[in-house]
Design a protein around this ligand. Structure first.
Ligand code: FAD
Length: 479
C-alpha cells in the first residue's frame, strides 16, 4: 500500500484500543472532544504528503510504490537533504508544536533498519532480521507509531535503569508458543491515542543482571492487556479563532501499562539480550533522529520570532528593550539554523551505507533548546503583557451590540483593525501561555532528556583533541 491519506489514517484509528482520558475509556478517539482536534490535524499531515508529493514522497526501494520520504534510509548527503525538505513540510504544518508527528518514528525506524550490523550483535541476528522486516511493513503501510523508552521513576536514588527484581519497569515474564509475555509500565507515550502501533526500544543502558528488562518490540495499540492513561487534555474546544493552536495541536502523552501483554515472536527485536540492548542506541540513533527534532525546533523558533515581531508591531512597541528581547529569539533561531547546516555539512556514512548528520552541533542544540524554549515563552509573554487578555472571543465579535465597541476601543497601532490585533494576541497566548503552551514547555525541557543530563553527556560526542592541544601548550606538553 502506498503512502496513506488522512481519511485512511482516521479509519485506522477506529480500531480497538484501551485509551483513558480522565475517567472515561474512549471508544472512538476520532470524534472525542478532547482528541478530535489533533486527530484531524494529524490527518492533514497525511494529506500533506500527497499535496507536496514531489517533496514528501519517494519510491519504495523494492516495490517502487510511493512512500513517505521519512521512511527512506538516507544513503548519501543528498538523501539527507531530500529528507530534510520533507521533514520541514511537516514541521511547518504545526509550526513545530507537534513533536511526535509520525515522521519522528518513521525516521527512527529507518535509522534502525539502516544499521543491521548494530542490531545483529551479541547473537541477535534473528532480531535484526525481524526489525528490518518490520520496517518494510511500517513504511509500506505508512503506520503511525507512538513509543515509550523510559522506565517509570519510583526512587531517583536507585538510578535510571531498573535492577533485577524491579516490579514497576517493563520486563519479560514468560514465553508462549507464539512469542513472549511482558509486564510493567513505561513513560511517556506521546501521540498514543493517534497511533496504530506502540514501539518499545532501548534508552538508558541496563546494569548486569537486568536481562529481563532488555526488550525491543512493536505491537498494535489494541493488543490485549495494553493500557494507556492520557494526561489531562490541553485541547481547547473547536474554535480556531479563539484557540488557533490548542484547538488542533494537543498530541497527548500517556502513561503505558503492560498488563501481561503477549508480543508475537515476529515483533520481538530484542528478547532479554542485555548486550544488544546496551549497544544499539550508542552511535547513529542520536544524529539520525535529531535531524527531525532540530528541523522542528528551528521551525518553532522562526515562528516564535515572527509572532513576537507581529505582537510588538500591533501596539507599535519598538523600544530597545522589546527589540532586544525579540532579537534574542532571532538569535536562537539563527543558531539552530546554523547548527542544521553544520550538521549536514559534516554528515557521515555508517557501516552498511546509511548516512546521518554530524551529531555534534545537534547534540549542542539538544542541550541548549530545553533552556532556550522556556525563555522564548517568557519573552512572548512579556511582550504580550495584558494585551493577551484584552482579546474578545469570536462569539463576542459576532455580537452586534459588542462589535462596534470592540472595533472602536481595541484597534492596534497605525490603523490595525481590532480583529487582527485580537487574533495576533490570541495566537501569542496560545503559543506561550495556554495549557497547551505549558505542556509544550515541559515537552521541550524533557522530551530528549533534560538540558542538565545532556550537558553532562557532551564528552560522549565531543572531540576534545584541539581543546586539549590549546591547553597543553601552557602545560609544557609537546604540540
Ligand atoms: C511532554 C513529554 C512528552 C514525552 N514523550 C515521550 C515519548 O513519547 N516517549 C518516551 O519514551 N518518553 C517521553 N517522554 C519522557 C522523556 O523521555 C523523559 O521525561 C526524559 O527522558 C527525561 O527523563 P527524566 O524524567 O529521568 O529526566 P532527567 O533528565 O533525570 O531530568 C529530570 C530531573 O533532573 C533534574 N533537573 C532537570 N533539569 C534541571 C535543571 N535545569 N536544574 C536542576 N535540576 C534539573 C530534576 O531533578 C528533574 O526531576 C516525554 C516527557 C515529557 C515531559
Amino acid at each position: 500500500m502506498p503512502a496513506r491519506t488522512g481519511a485512511q489514517f482516521l479509519a485506522g484509528l477506529r480500531g480497538p484500543r484501551a485509551v483513558w482520558v480522565d475517567g472515561q475509556r474512549i471508544a472512538d478517539v476520532v470524534d472525542h472532544p478532547a482528541l478530535a482536534g489533533a486527530a484531524h490535524a494529524l490527518a492533514e499531515v497525511y494529506d500533506l504528503q500527497h499535496a507536496h508529493a514531489g517533496e514528501c514522497l519517494a519510491p519504495d526501494p523494492e516495490t517502487g510504490e510511493p512512500i513517505g520520504s521519512s521512511h527512506v534510509i538516507p544513503r548519501s548527503r543528498e538523501g539527507l537533504r531530500a529528507r530534510a525538505v520533507a521533514l520541514r513540510r511537516v514541521a511547518d504544518f504545526s509550526v513545530g508544536l507537534m513533536g511526535r508527528t509520525p515522521d519522528y518514528m518513521n525516521v527512527t525506524y529507518a535509522g534502525f533498519a539502516g544499521r543491521p550490523d548494530e542490531w545483529g550483535v551479541a547473537g541477535n541476528e534473528a532480531g535484526a532480521e525481524r526489525l528490518i522486516a518490520y520496517q518494510k511493513m511500517l513504511r509500506r503501510n505508512d503506520l503511525s507509531l507512538t513509543h515509550t523508552i523510559v522506565q517509570p521513576t519510583v526512587d531517583k536514588a536507585t538510578g535510571d535503569a531498573p535492577q533485577a527484581g524491579n516490579e514497576q519497569a517493563l520486563r519479560k515474564v514468560g514465553e508462549t508458543e507464539h512469542g513472549i509475555v511482558v509486564r510493567g509500565a513505561r513513560v511517556l507515550a506521546t501521540l498514543a491515542p493517534f497511533a496504530d502501533e506502540l514501539a518499545v526500544y532501548p534508552a538508558a543502558p541496563l546494569p548486569p543482571g537486568a536481562d529481563a528488562y532488555a526488550l525491543a518490540f512493536c505491537i498494535p495499540m489494541g493488543a490485549p492487556g495494553l493500557k494507556f492513561l492520557c494526561r489531562d487534555s490541553v485541547s481547547a474546544g473547536t474554535s480556531r479563532f479563539d484557540h488557533p493552536l490548542s484547538s488542533r495541536f494537543d498530541e497527548q502523552d500517556a502513561f503505558v501499562i503492560f498488563d501481561d501483554v503477549e508480543i508475537p515472536r515476529d515483533r520481538v527485536f530484542i528478547d532479554a539480550n542485555l548486550a544488544t540492548y546496551n549497544a544499539v542506541m550508542k552511535t547513529s540513533w542520536s544524529p539520525n533522529i535529531m535531524q527531525q527534532t532540530m528541523i522542528r525546533a528551528a521551525t518553532k523558533l522562526e515562528f516564535a520570532w515572527g509572532l513576537a515581531l507581529r505582537m510588538a508591531e500591533a501596539i507599535n512597541a519598538a523600544d530597545p528593550a522589546t527589540m532586544q528581547a525579540i532579537g534574542e529569539i532571532w538569535s536562537y533561531a539563527e543558531f539552530t539554523r546554523c547548527a542544521l547546516v553544520a550538521a549536514e555539512e559534516g554528515a557521515r556514512e555508517w557501516p552498511g551505507g546509511m548516512w546521518t548528520p554530524d551529531v555534534r552541533p545537534l547534540h549542542a542544540l539538544r542541550s541548549m533548546l530545553p533552556v532556550w524554549f522556556p525563555r522564548v515563552n517568557e519573552i512572548v509573554r512579556l511582550i504580550g503583557s495584558h494585551n493577551v487578555f484584552a482579546t474578545p472571543t469570536a462569539a463576542q465579535l459576532a455580537d452586534p451590540e459588542l462589535r462596534p465597541l470592540i472595533d472602536l476601543y481595541l484597534p492596534g497601532a497605525r490603523g490595525m483593525a481590532a480583529e487582527r490585533r485580537i487574533r495576533t494576541f490570541r495566537l501569542g497566548w496560545d503559543f506561550a501561555g495556554s495549557a497547551l503552551a505549558s505542556r509544550n514547555e515541559q515537552y521541550e525541557r524533557f522530551y530528549l532528556a533534560s538540558s542538565a543530563r545532556n550537558l553532562a553527556r557532551h564528552l560522549m560526542f565531543a572531540d576534545r583533541a584541539r581543546a586539549d592541544e590549546l591547553v597543553g601548550r601552557f602545560l609544557d606538553e609537546p604540540f
